[in-house]
Design a protein around this ligand. Structure first.
Ligand code: IPM
Ligand code: MG
Length: 354
């Protein structure tokens, strides 16, 4: 079981260190090797996804990632931005299925900006297509064109999906729903975009293979609204790359604790890249205060989806629940009456609870 570990930028190295400690404590014969991705890779090699990292990632069974990005690389040319490394590894490894759970832990109900009764017990899974759509569509660019008799800059991107790309992500959503509450809500913009009319048609066709799962459809603007109005109506939401980018951030904020949310990006054979849903938080990097729980929970997802080890996954998830019940909180989820701890102490608490 080979794991490529990519600490990345910002708080990445700190939170990854805790997840690695937890994995090592499980005694599972895991081989872990570190490499560079993101801004740190640009600084060291000029590329956000260097050859050595590609080699390691391709050879590994799973990738565990911290986070990438930071203000110091914001003005780099597009090819040398940290995000480019992330998009590159997703595409190269064929990680088309992005699973982003939004779960509200009962102990953290006050962390949400929404009323407790709206979010109590929230458990949504967003299934986002990750290697297609306008993110990767050609043609794209910014060029000079003559428009209205005037030379001016013209920016363009292309949204596209083939029916096989749509079908395979819909299948992931239906399969996930079978293990949950058997409801899939497919999100599109079919009233305006042909590409997503096809999405809806293929969703309806695919649903015929899953008679025990209820399929509904929602336009993306309404979905954004329903997520804050009545989020508990959703079980599994499935959507394209760009809509999924936006809706998954919105869903994560319903819980008020993005520091708690893991994610998985899977290929067709359950090889996966696992990373916290939050970013690199440059403002608190190096201070030892970041919340490592989303990364630790991402390691649990890795054990479940790539290595098929449900017991070990449950052991980690159980330990996380226990430390919350014991009152340990990093700054992002702290409230008075709880014990404020740093990244390392939170890792210690999880290790003790294992
Ligand atoms: C995400 C991020 C990325 C995305 C960026 C960093 C390229 O926002 O994982 O949601 O847009 O996919
Ligand atoms: Mg995003």
């Amino acid at each position: 079981m080979k794991i490529c570990v990519l600490p990345g930028d910002g708080i990445g190295p700190e939170i990854i260190a805790e997840a690695v400690r937890v994995l090592k404590a499980l005694d599972l014969k895991l081989e872990m090797e570190e490499a560079l991705l993101g801004g740190c890779a640009v600084d060291a090699t000029g590329s956000p996804y260097p050859d050595a990292t590609q080699k390691l990632a391709l050879a590994a069974d799973a990738v565990l990632l911290g986070a990438v990005g930071g203000p110091q690389w914001d003005n780099n040319p597009r090819e040398q931005r940290p995000e480019r490394g992330l998009l590159g590894i997703r595409k190269q490894l064929g990680l088309f299925a992005n699973l982003r759970p939004a779960i509200l832990y009962p102990e953290l109900a006050n962390a949400s900006t929404l009323k407790p009764e709206v979010v109590a017990g929230l458990d949504i899974l967003i299934v986002r297509e990750l290697t297609g759509d306008i993110y990767f569509g050609q043609p794209r660019g910014i060029e000079l064109r003559t428009i209205d008799g005037q030379q001016q800059r013209f920016g363009f991107n292309t949204m596209h999906y083939s029916e096989s790309e749509i079908r395979r992500i819909l299948r992931v959503a239906f399969e996930a729903a079978k293990k949950r509450n058997r409801k899939v809500c497919s999100v599109d913009k079919m009233n305006v975009l042909e590409c997503t009319q096809l999405w809806r048609d293929v969703a309806i066709e695919t649903a015929q293979d899953y008679p025990d799962v209820e399929l509904s459809h929602m336009l993306v603007d309404n979905a954004a609204m329903q997520l804050v109005k009545n989020p508990k109506q959703f079980d599994v939401m499935v959507t394209g790359n760009m809509f999924g980018d936006i809706l998954s951030d919105e869903a994560s904020m319903l819980t008020g604790s993005i520091g708690m949310l893991p994610s998985a990006s899977l290929d067709a054979n359950n090889k996966g890249l696992y990373e916290p849903s939050h970013g690199s938080a440059p403002d608190i990097a190096g201070k030892g205060v970041a919340n490592p729980l989303a990364t630790i929970l991402s390691a649990a997802m890795m054990l479940r989806y790539t290595f098929g080890n449900e017991d070990a996954a449950l052991r980690i998830e159980g330990a996380v629940k226990k430390v919350l019940a014991q009152g340990f909180r990093t700054g992002d989820i702290y409230e008075s009456g709880t014990k404020k701890v740093g990244t390392r102490e939170m890792g210690d608490a999880v290790l003790a609870a294992l």
